[in-house]
Design a protein around this ligand. Structure first.
Ligand code: GDP
Length: 304
């Protein structure tokens, strides 16, 4: 992901190499190229607008450094503005002061929530935590079974009192809100220090899904509500993120499928559009294909 964006930006900067001093025309041309590269990568229009305005202002402004040549100067500005778009600082999990830290996952069906539940649990376990997973997605055929498999791979227990639907013709039984509540109670009773609650997603945003997610959130009062978004879905990412932000007021974003070859810019817009930080990235189907998201490292990777 981001290869083409990365190549385009690098080519733009290359044009500036060897120039002694940048004229306003040079800066305009560069900003125009950056704008095109971002739009072609699917970065949301308002984000591109703000980004390019900042770059132009700063490039024209008084930021003259003796140590950097004009091309390095622009790269530095673009880098810093990219870090800003991506949320600035690395945002760590907000851990509970007492009792288990409760993490709820939300997002569309197929976004990668269940897979992420395993990865996150595995990663937290390696750091000495004792996570438990809770199967509150009773809607998607096989979601409960999948979570059990994921839990086994990650070596963490799964609370799953209901089988959920097992085929698309099944009617869901069991109340996902109750499962979430009971799961958290179980984690507390068994002294787990962390509990991750998987919830149902639909193919598109719908009111019923959002109400269910909100009810789960209100029942378990999570420390974090992580919105999982498939980085491959392109421009829809921003609308979906806005809908979930309004619906469940999530606290952080997880970008999934960053290993794909889509343009990815829309996913990069999500933090800027919603004002919520990207906290993790999912980069494959294995339990270890997962990393904490560092805005500065991602910006450097894009500009590499
Ligand atoms: P959910 O409906 O949100 O729970 O989504 P799932 O966790 O079931 O994921 C949907 C599909 O995407 C599954 O086939 C996963 O194996 C796949 N998947 C999830 N995360 C990633 C990822 O980071 N990279 C790739 N390539 N595939 C992923």
């Amino acid at each position: 992901m981001f290869n083409s964006l990365s190549d385009r930006l690098t080519a733009t900067f290359k044009n500036l190499r060897g120039k002694g001093r940048l004229t306003e025309a040079d800066i305009d041309a560069t900003v125009r190229e950056i704008r095109r590269a971002l739009l072609d990568a699917d970065v949301a229009v308002p984000v591109v607008r703000e980004f390019t305005v900042h770059i132009k202002e700063r490039a024209l402004g008084s930021e003259v450094s003796e140590a950097l040549n004009p091309s390095q100067q622009i790269v530095k500005i673009v880098n810093e503005e990219l870090v800003n778009i991506l949320g600035g600082q690395t945002r760590r999990i907000n851990m509970a002061k007492t009792g288990p830290t409760i993490i709820m996952l939300a997002g569309l069906q197929g976004a990668g929530k269940t897979t992420l539940a395993g990865k996150l649990a595995h990663w937290l376990k390696k750091q000495g935590h004792t996570p438990m997973l809770v199967a509150s997605d009773l809607q998607r055929p096989n979601a409960v079974n999948q979570l059990k498999v994921v839990g086994e791979r990650a070596g963490v227990p799964v609370y799953a009192p209901h089988p959920g639907v097992t085929s698309e013709f099944d009617v869901p039984t069991g109340d996902p809100v109750q499962v979430a509540r009971d799961g958290v109670a179980e984690a507390r009773a068994k002294l787990h220090d962390l509990v991750i609650v998987d919830t149902a997603g639909r193919l598109g945003v719908d009111a019923e899904l959002m109400a269910q997610a909100r009810n789960i959130r209100d029942a378990i009062e999570p420390n974090e509500v992580l919105f999982v978004i498939d980085a491959m879905i392109g421009q829809d990412a921003v609308n979906t993120a806005n809908a979930f932000n309004e619906g469940v007021d999530f606290t952080g974003v997880v970008l999934s499928k960053l290993d794909g070859d889509a343009r990815g810019g829309a996913a990069l817009s999500v933090a800027s559009v919603t004002g919520k930080p990207i906290m993790f990235a999912s980069t494959g189907e294995n339990v270890t294909d997962f990393e904490q998201f560092h805005p500065d490292r991602m910006a450097s990777r894009i500009l590499d």
